[in-house]
Design a protein around this ligand. Structure first.
Ligand SMILES: Nc1ncnc2c1ncn2[C@@H]1O[C@H](COP(=O)(O)OP(=O)(O)OP(=O)(O)O)[C@@H](O)[C@H]1O
Ligand SMILES: [Mg+2]
Length: 278
């Protein structure tokens, strides 16, 4: 628990963000971020952000466009390493281990902390190969039958197996958008991650495909720790237990999703969830 800084008396144009209000830390953290700053060249996109991702919980990252949600999410599995001008400072830990430490292999990290993107991005390979690729490069199967087993289990967990079991050799790109996104989730699950990061995973999907993904997220949290960026307040409320509200690269408020949506502590959060801006 950190100090609660009430901004309710300030005018909306000069509301201060002096540090996150609410409960950004927990006793059962899978990932712990402390004083994280992120720069693109000289531009600072994330300012002194600290919070935990609680084990086997879904944490929603919400906030106006450009507030740094994707930037922050990409720090959690070092996807920002792929952007040369991006520079990350602060402490980011997975089970107490520094993910930017010298010992950490970013390829192994990305198997432990998987990512699902806004636009489904299956490889130009068969459905089977999309899922089998990760286990193969990480040597997770000793023979073909073990690999078959991983592919089937991953597709089942992603709620896709029954729809594709008779056409595993067909291209992944031939599936519908919602099916492709579930294929990408199966691909992520196939390497037995501990954390799954999702950046607006349902924004390109229709309401039915979105409902399937949301149901899936609900089931996945039994086994995995999940962070999801979403622009949909309803989705955040439906799928997450914790919510973090970002504004202009700062964490404004963090807490139980129910509390954030029914009784936000900070005026900026209140403005955003009530649709006054964003
Ligand atoms: N590759 C990049 N190079 C330079 N600046 C970037 C890059 N990616 C993001 N930024 C900047 O960092 C800031 C945060 O962007 P980011 O994409 O993280 O926001 P976001 O909250 O995910 O927005 P949205 O909701 O629109 O996806 C923005 O000012 C953006 O212009
Ligand atoms: Mg984004």
């Amino acid at each position: 628990m950190v100090d609660i800084i009430s901004a309710k008396s300030l005018g909306s144009n000069d509301i201060k963000i002096d540090g996150a209000v609410g409960e950004p830390f927990c006793d059962d953290a899978k990932m712990s971020m402390r004083n994280v700053d992120v720069f693109y060249g000289d531009n600072q996109a994330i300012h002194d952000v600290s919070f935990d991702l609680e084990k086997n919980q879904v944490t929603a990252l919400i906030g106006p466009s450009g507030c740094g949600k994707s930037t922050f999410l990409r720090c959690l599995n070092r996807m920002n390493d792929l952007i040369p001008i991006c520079n990350v400072k602060g402490s980011l830990q997975l089970d107490g281990e520094e993910i930017y430490g010298k010992q950490m292999d970013p390829v192994l990290l990305r198997a432990r902390v998987g990512m699902v993107f806004q636009k489904p991005n299956p490889f130009p390979k068969s459905i089977y190969e999309n899922v089998a690729y990760g286990p193969k490069i990480h040597g997770l199967a000793t023979d073909k039958s073990e690999l078959d087993e991983i592919v089937e289990t991953s597709l089942r967990k992603a709620g896709l197996f029954n729809e594709v079991k008779d056409r595993l050799d067909q291209p992944g790109t031939g599936l519908s958008g919602g099916q492709q996104q579930r294929l990408c989730i199966a691909r992520t699950i196939a390497v037995s991650p501990e954390v799954i990061l999702m950046d607006e995973p349902a924004s390109a999907l229709d309401p039915i495909a979105t409902a399937v993904i949301e149901e899936l997220i609900h089931e996945l949290k039994e086994k995995y720790t999940i962070a999801i960026v979403t622009h949909s307040m309803q989705q955040a409320a439906r799928v997450s237990q914790k919510t973090a509200y970002f504004h202009l690269g700062k964490l404004v408020e963090m807490g139980d999703t129910k509390q954030i949506f029914t009784n936000p502590r900070h005026e900026l959060t209140e403005n955003y969830i009530s649709g006054r801006f964003g």
